[in-house]
Design a protein around this ligand. Structure first.
Ligand SMILES: *Cc1c(COP(=O)(O)O)cnc(C)c1O
Length: 463
């Protein structure tokens, strides 16, 4: 889906323009696969969780991240139900705050963290530490020590140095750590495709094909402070097809056999990572959690039968699929600039500082005029931000009604994952507030940054 040429850092604008999809029949329609489950248009105005977006903008300002709490909780519930015989760990990097951690704890999920900062949020939320897994491709000794101190449930090992480091720290602290070995299966999945070649060339995990994964297992088994509970694999993100998981599961099963044959042990757990795709634009059709669970269970069971292995307990780690669809970003339109013969540039009061994904990897989004409906004819637009970069694009091609004007509110759908968590203060723009809506009520779960927040770390500001 990415429009950036894979061969190199070509400037996107010199590539031939892909012909944008034509306007929808009804610009006011809210495609249910893309918008939060509670999103409606009532007398022309978009409501989420029963709350009018104009009220949200008035009360909390814009830009504003809005989460449909019931949407997030219901998706979490569906994953837990689908994997009733395994575990669902939410990948905290997609979006994390204490409110969300509490919702997910209440729904029975575990939590993946990949830094000391994410772990601190989990602890601040009182998240049960035995259901936390520590990830990361270069965990510091301080991060590992903290994780051991609070007793996280699993640490996923990513390098030989880390095996030694975790082993040493566990010994120093007099604890035994449950660990998994992260395997690079040679499968790298992308949106709508997967590649089973040239994939070992990346920084995560131990390569299966080179024998590094088996060597890592040997080294872990030599350290009595480490209890090896299983293997981990994460093949990519925004995946719609099961083929990649199938090949990865097959290769992991082969490793389980090799481990059994060499060491006489059957590892009890298999963590298959996350990466389940969501609909950003109409026409994308994600699988539901039940069909994902049934598919994965069947693949692993088949491999285990073939090799006479006991079925391991499965863990999955969805991030985007839990929080992505329930989040929308509200912006206020500031300028509408018609670039003669080309398109109309609609500028909003945020941009790449609150949503980096379009600039970073050509992500696609759906946007709509939210504060009113309009019967005006469609105009081909580009939704852009207020930052000092021409790549500061929120939605590359979007059809808005021709009468769109300054002061209108625009909503961008499916911004719940990897937007707030990747937000920056570029141009000293404060990060937006995050609001949860449910049953006609709203509340701030992360407050908006202020000018004082922006200056707080400046060591030479006069008090
Ligand atoms: C990012 C990540 C995930 C979650 O990916 P999503 O695409 O958000 O589902 C899960 N596991 C690991 C190890 C990850 O790095």
């Amino acid at each position: 889906m990415s429009r950036v040429h894979p061969a190199g850092p070509m400037h996107a604008d010199v590539l031939p323009e892909e012909h944008p999809v034509g306007p929808a029949d009804d610009l006011n329609a809210l495609e249910p696969t893309v918008w939060p489950r509670s999103a409606r248009r009532e007398e022309g105005v978009v409501t989420v969780g029963g709350v009018d977006v104009r009220d949200l903008a008035r009360e909390y300002g814009t830009p504003l991240y809005v989460y449909d709490e019931e949407d997030v909780r219901s998706r979490a519930k569906e994953y837990v139900a689908a994997f009733h015989d395994g575990s669902v760990h939410y990948a905290g990097k997609a979006f994390l705050c204490t409110a969300l951690a509490k919702w997910l704890n209440e729904e029975g999920l575990g939590l993946d963290v990949c830094s000391g900062g994410e772990l601190a949020v989990a602890l601040a939320a009182g998240f049960p530490t035995e259901r936390i897994t520590l990830h990361g491709s270069n965990k510091s000794s301080a991060e590992i020590a903290k994780a051991l101190e609070v007793g996280v449930g699993r640490i996923v090992l990513d390098s030989y140095e880390e095996i030694a480091r975790v082993g040493y720290l566990a010994q120093q602290m007099g604890v035994r750590a449950k660990v998994m070995v992260r395997v690079t299966t040679g499968v790298e999945a992308h949106t709508h495709e997967f590649i089973a070649t040239a994939h070992d060339d990346q920084k995560f995990g131990f390569s299966r094909s080179s024998g590094a994964a088996l060597e890592a297992v040997r080294r872990v088994l030599e350290l009595k402070q480490l209890e090896l509970v299983g293997l981990h694999s994460h093949i990519g993100s925004q995946i719609f097809e099961v083929d990649g998981f199938q090949v990865a599961a097959h290769r992991l099963a082969e490793l389980l056999v090799a481990i059994r044959d060499e060491h006489g042990i059957e590892l009890p757990e298999l963590d298959l990572g996350g990466g389940y795709g969501i609909a950003y634009v109409p026409g994308e059709e994600p699988h539901d959690p039940k069909s994902i669970a049934d598919g994965l269970r069947e693949i692993v069971a088949r491999e285990c039968r073939a090799y006479e292995l006991a079925m391991p307990r499965l863990t999955v780690e969805p991030g985007r699929a839990i929080v992505g669809p329930g989040g929308v970003t509200l912006y206020e339109v500031g300028t509408v600039k018609d670039v003669e013969g080309l398109r109309t540039y609609v500028s909003v009061d945020g941009g790449m500082s609150d949503n980096l994904r379009t600039a970073l990897y050509g992500a696609e989004y759906t946007a709509a005029l939210a504060s009113r409906s309009s019967e005006a004819p469609p105009m081909l637009s580009r939704l852009v931000g207020k930052h000092c970069e021409s790549g500061d694009i929120v939605v590359r091609d979007v059809w808005f009604p021709e009468d769109l004007a300054a002061g209108d509110l625009v909503a961008v759908a499916a911004t719940g994952a990897y937007c707030r968590s990747m937000a920056s203060n570029y141009n000293f723009v404060p990060k937006p507030a995050v609001v949860a809506v449910r049953d006609g009520r709203s509340r701030v779960i992360i407050r908006r940054e202020s000018a004082e927040d922006l200056l707080r770390l400046d060591a030479e500001v006069e008090a």
